[in-house]
Design a binder for this molecule. Structure first.
Ligand SMILES: CC(C)(COP(=O)(O)OP(=O)(O)OC[C@H]1O[C@@H](n2cnc3c(N)ncnc32)[C@H](O)[C@@H]1OP(=O)(O)O)[C@@H](O)C(=O)NCCC(=O)NCCS
Length: 200
């Protein structure tokens, strides 16, 4: 039975992922210290949903891991990975996560010094495969601020389409928001019709 079919705790052990340049390592409590160093920056948080506390408390990452992300993973409701470069596997450079639910199935952020090199696009390909092929979900929806052009661009170039617009509260305030969607069949067709060089 896949996670998508299960309504109870899902026994799947979350695997480590690999792409050309990245290791996706399942989140652990020990990651909180590095996340705390990296995450609380305006350029990372401004377009995230305002459930992210801001100013970010000194134990914000610990709380996120201990109270939210890890219990969700235990319950089979979410799957979070830290991102590391293969060439420096001890150093966290970002996070990507999948969540069961209606409109917010994937979220991500990356250390600004590693942005704009196609790394998150690369991580998304691995994570989408996991979501559709291993977890067995039929539809992925992601929510984002319309002003978040970079995130929007990743959705667009990887075959998602816009399904609705609204307003949402972000760390930077209330903004126009969008929901983008792709089905399992559309994702597989997108991959078929693109070569690996399009994945970054
Ligand atoms: C969103 C984020 C993870 C992207 O990471 P990244 O590794 O830089 O993304 P990539 O390099 O894989 O892809 C970015 C794409 O956006 C494009 N892009 C960059 N600036 C852009 C802009 N101003 N307008 C439109 N597209 C833009 C890039 O050219 C690239 O597309 P390409 O591969 O076709 O050239 C990173 O910007 C981030 O951490 N932002 C803060 C957190 C956040 O907003 N998370 C998402 C919440 S929905």
């Amino acid at each position: 039975m896949t996670a998508a079919e299960s309504t109870t705790h899902d026994e799947l052990k979350i695997p480590e992922g690999r792409t050309d340049r990245l290791i996706l390592k399942p989140l652990e409590l020990a990651d909180a210290a590095q996340i705390q160093q990296l995450f609380p920056r305006w350029e990372i948080v401004r377009y995230l949903a305002n459930r992210v506390p801001w100013p970010y408390p000194p134990d914000g990452a610990l709380q996120f891991c201990r109270e939210a992300a890890l219990p969700e993973m235990e319950r089979g409701e979410a799957w979070h990975w830290t991102l590391r470069r293969i060439t420096e596997p001890e150093t966290i450079i970002g996070l990507i996560g999948l969540t069961r639910g209606e409109d917010e199935n994937r979220g991500f952020w990356l250390d600004p010094q590693w942005q704009r090199q196609g790394l998150m696009s690369e991580a998304c390909v691995w994570v989408n495969d996991f979501y559709f092929d291993v977890l067995g979900f039929e539809r992925m929806r992601v929510s984002k601020a319309a002003a978040n052009l970079v995130s929007r661009h990743i959705s667009e170039k990887q075959g998602m389409h816009l399904v609705s617009v609204g307003e949402k509260d972000y760390v930077c305030g209330r903004l126009k928001s969008e929901i983008w969607e792709i089905t399992a069949d559309e994702w597989r067709a997108w991959k078929e019709s693109h070569s690996e060089t399009d994945f970054i």
